[in-house]
Design a protein around this ligand. Structure first.
Ligand SMILES: *Cc1c(COP(=O)(O)O)cnc(C)c1O
Length: 451
């Protein structure tokens, strides 16, 4: 085509046989939109000296535009980074039972807020709450949208326009702009900082209680950094007993929190939910998609009377959990109840993976690829838990000339593959790759090695 007059009209294109295909696949309005936008672009380009495409190229351009518009930008990726709870890659992958539960309650109707026995309105959180009570021994529980919301709800309910004591060493930023002091401000709570950056003593708490009316003591897990050197902090049990003596409740934000003991897997101890309750914390909150290994959720457990107040606060409605999350959270909690978490919950399966098996898988990858070698490396837990901690693993290492460019090409694979660089080589950790993804991973690598 050499002249704008040769460009076919919208009508002509939509009535062509390709146009009929577009309508069938993408619907008429979108097909017409794609034709219009493409023709407009070509006219504008032509006036700037860009030549017009051939008829077949024009059809292809429109098809490409349509496909580009409907392809989901949120897609699954292969995580070969070795970071198990990768915040940028969707945190915890869910178990099969958790997925099935979400599908089952959301593909039809459910008794989400219906008491089947009484035939009347029920509570949406009761399903997960009963499991939480059974698992932890807490008096009551509440599930909200995420842990940030849990903290906001607890502070807003208990400490709005009242003073909350927290140690300076716990005024942390978790990531994604979640800063403890900002959340406090948002809740209307007045921050009373005690101690210094590295050291806080029980007497600092005591002094704050003596000086002014305090409504709540908060403890926040530092999550993504470690405090080392000349440091001290009272035990939670000691803080609780001082606070309770002054009739002040204690909120413990565990961040990740865990129901299983990480020290059994060669890692440091991540604070356990049961420990906080045993120490006497009145409210304990933690994430659903960090070390719990379930869907995005914020879980608050503790004293019945406080939980009841939280449930009634107007914010509770604004931050409530949806049915898919509640269903998959319940299924995840059931894995713990049935003592099958290590087998069924993907992150625990990865954390407890056998070193010899990881080595064999990496070796199998090398054998299949007929390229690369197995080298020792480290996997990490991630998800704002266990900073600086790692687990020995075996990596597939590829000595390519530009590992950064190679990894970039793999990120453009369909589905994208995420590796990392170690010792100037592109490396891939079998720990975080699901065995059913091996073929995708190896095909992607094979294709790009040839480029
Ligand atoms: C991660 C974290 C949060 C936020 O939890 P989300 O579930 O991501 O909203 C809050 N507090 C601490 C200490 C955390 O580590």
């Amino acid at each position: 085509m050499s002249d704008l007059r040769h460009l076919p009209s919208v009508d002509k294109l939509i009535q062509s046989s390709t146009g009929i295909d577009w309508i069938a696949e993408f619907g008429r309005p979108l097909a017409i939109d794609a034709i219009r936008v493409t023709l407009d672009d070509l006219r504008a380009g032509f006036n700037d000296g860009v030549p017009l495409p051939s008829q077949s190229d024009l059809l292809q351009m429109i098809t490409n535009k349509l496909q580009y518009w409907v392809v989901p930008t949120l897609q699954s990726v292969v995580n070969a980074s070795g970071v198990i709870i990768h915040t940028n890659l969707g945190r915890a992958p869910m178990s099969k039972a958790a997925l099935q539960a979400a599908q089952q309650v959301s593909s039809g109707y459910s008794n989400l807020e219906y008491d089947l026995g009484k035939g009347q309105r029920g509570s949406r959180t009761v399903h997960a709450e009963n499991l939480l009570i059974k698992l932890t021994g807490a008096e009551a529980g509440l599930v909200v949208n995420n842990n940030a919301a849990a903290v906001l709800l607890a502070l807003s309910t208990i400490a709005n326009r009242r003073r909350v004591v927290i140690a300076r060493s716990q005024l942390v930023e978790i990531g994604g702009g979640f800063r403890i002091p900002d959340v406090m401000k948002q809740s209307g709570a007045k921050l009373v900082e005690i101690g210094t950056t590295n050291r806080v003593h029980l007497r600092d708490y005591q002094q704050a209680f003596d000086e002014q009316p305090i409504k709540l003591v908060m403890r926040a897990h530092r999550s993504n950094f470690a405090l080392v050197g000349f440091t001290t902090e009272p035990e939670l049990r000691e803080i609780v007993s001082a606070a309770h003596a002054a009739e002040i409740p204690v909120l413990d934000d565990l961040g990740s929190g865990t129901l299983l003991d990480t020290s059994e897997f060669g890692l440091a101890r991540e604070p356990m939910v049961s420990e906080s309750l045993d120490a006497g914390a009145d409210l304990v909150c933690f994430s659903g998609d960090k070390l719990l290994g379930g869907p995005q959720a914020g879980i608050i457990i503790g004293r019945g009377e406080l939980i009841a107040k939280l449930k009634k606060h107007p914010l509770a409605r604004a931050v409530r959990s949806d049915k898919m999350a509640l269903a998959s959270l319940s299924a995840t909690l059931t894995h713990y109840l049935k003592d099958e978490a290590l087998r069924e919950i993907p992150i625990w399966h990865m954390i407890s993976a056998d070193q010899l098996e990881l080595q064999e898988r990496a070796q199998d990858w090398v054998t299949t690829l007929k390229s690369g070698k197995v080298i020792p490396g480290e996997s990490t837990v991630g998800g704002g838990s266990l900073p600086g901690e790692s687990m020995p693993t075996s990596l597939l290492a590829l000595d390519v000339s530009h590992p950064d460019r190679f990894l970039k090409r793999l990120r453009e694979n369909d589905p994208p593959i995420i590796g990392r660089i170690q010792d100037d080589m592109a490396v891939f950790d079998p720990r975080t790759v699901f065995p059913e993804q091996d073929e995708i991973l190896l095909n992607g690598i094979q294709t790009n090695l040839g480029l």
